[in-house]
Design a protein around this ligand. Structure first.
Ligand code: ATP
Length: 340
């Protein structure tokens, strides 16, 4: 079914998962690739067509082509990396998701307001080095995957190592706990929130420091860095699922107030750190499919509970679009800029 619609995405990030899911749900599939990546996407049988761009920034030039093919764009993390917010907003090709949420996600201040209003607990922010009264993490703006983040012990350490930084940064209370990334899917069609899967990242070298006794570290010139090298699956203690679900529901509820009427829908991820007293601190929200879901192309323990079949987040997105088509509700799962 739905042979006439094609699901399209940029060839990177979670494109394989998205396109495999689209094929499994009966859609045509299209990868928009670069010269370097086109061969990869052609090598997978579930990719019907590959369009190649010299630069991802040329994306707006193929919009008319996409519209002719009845393409529906499914965005992922590389859209924010390769296309500006303005470029994304100006696209009129049917787009799964609500672009109004992008502004709330892109600004750290707006994001904080959104998450706080949803009753989520956030690490304390410090406006200046002088305010620092506990260990903090200094986060450079625009750093991808934790690159360049600094663990700072106290105000004096800040003066020595961070005060002269040229780039913009935020200073955040350092939360000691387990980083847990929770992947959700909210269906506006049946007003239900599902926990799709969860992962934790493996970061170098902060996750390997525990392998060296603290006494041996003394005197070694080693400071933690947070560069992501991989993700591993996690199943959460069942008693903690209640709070995981509550956080997702409240984030969706508040999103309908700040970006009315549709709010946030589809895939999203709340990045948390869980402390020994079982408090979830929230570092960030990603308002789309995240790369950690690639661990679960064949489904996760949680998605199996709901579907009894392989249900990746990519496939869940295609299922939602299919359900919308079947009930004549496509507009409900697309951004309002979409010209059908
Ligand atoms: P991405 O955009 O890929 O999600 P990022 O650059 O936004 O990454 P964060 O997810 O904010 O980075 O943080 C990267 C890592 O830094 C986290 O996985 C975590 O290990 C650590 N980290 C971030 N904030 C804190 C905090 N407040 N306390 C302790 N550790 C933190």
């Amino acid at each position: 079914m739905d042979g006439q619609y094609t699901i399209a995405t940029l060839g990177s990030h979670s494109a394989l998962q998205i396109l495999k899911g689209a094929r499994d749900e009966g859609f045509g599939t299209l990868a928009i690739a670069s010269r370097e990546t086109e061969r990869l996407y052609r090598s997978f049988k579930f990719v019907d067509e590959v369009m190649t761009l010299d630069r991802y920034q040329d994306f707006p030039k193929i919009v008319a082509d996409l519209q002719r093919r009845k393409a529906i764009i499914v965005p992922h993390g590389s859209f924010v990396a390769y296309l500006s917010l303005e470029e994304q907003k100006q696209m009129t090709v049917p787009y799964f998701g609500n672009k109004a949420v992008l502004d709330w996600e892109a600004s750290r201040e707006l994001q904080r307001e959104w998450l706080t209003r949803a009753g989520l607990q956030l690490p304390r922010q410090f406006r200046s080095g002088a305010e620092i009264d506990r260990p903090v993490i200094v986060k450079l703006y625009g750093a991808a995957g934790g690159k360049g983040y600094m663990f700072i012990r106290d105000a004096a350490d800040f003066e020595t190592r961070a005060a002269k930084l040229q780039e913009a940064y935020t200073i955040q209370e350092y939360i000691i706990g387990v980083p847990l990334y929770i992947h959700y899917f909210y269906s506006p069609l049946d007003d239900t929130l599902e926990i799709m899967s969860m992962d934790r990242r493996y970061e170098t070298n902060v996750d390997s420091l525990g392998r060296i006794p603290a006494a041996a570290q003394e005197g070694m010139d080693v400071s933690p860095s947070y560069v992501v090298v991989g993700n591993s699956p996690v199943s959460l203690r069942e008693s903690m699922l209640v709070e995981a679900l509550r956080m997702g529901e409240d984030v969706v509820r508040v999103s309908k107030e700040i970006c009315p009427p549709k709010g946030l829908f589809g895939a999203f991820c709340i990045e948390t750190i869980i402390t020994p007293d079982i408090q979830f601190y929230v570092m960030e929200i990603s308002a789309r499919i995240v790369a950690g879901t690639n661990l679960f192309i064949d489904g996760s323990p949680y998605s199996y509970l709901n579907y009894s079949e392989s249900m990746s987040t990519g496939r869940r997105i295609a299922r939602e679009i299919k359900n919308a088509l079947l009930t004549n509700n496509l507009g409900r799962v697309l951004d309002d800029s979409s010209v059908l």
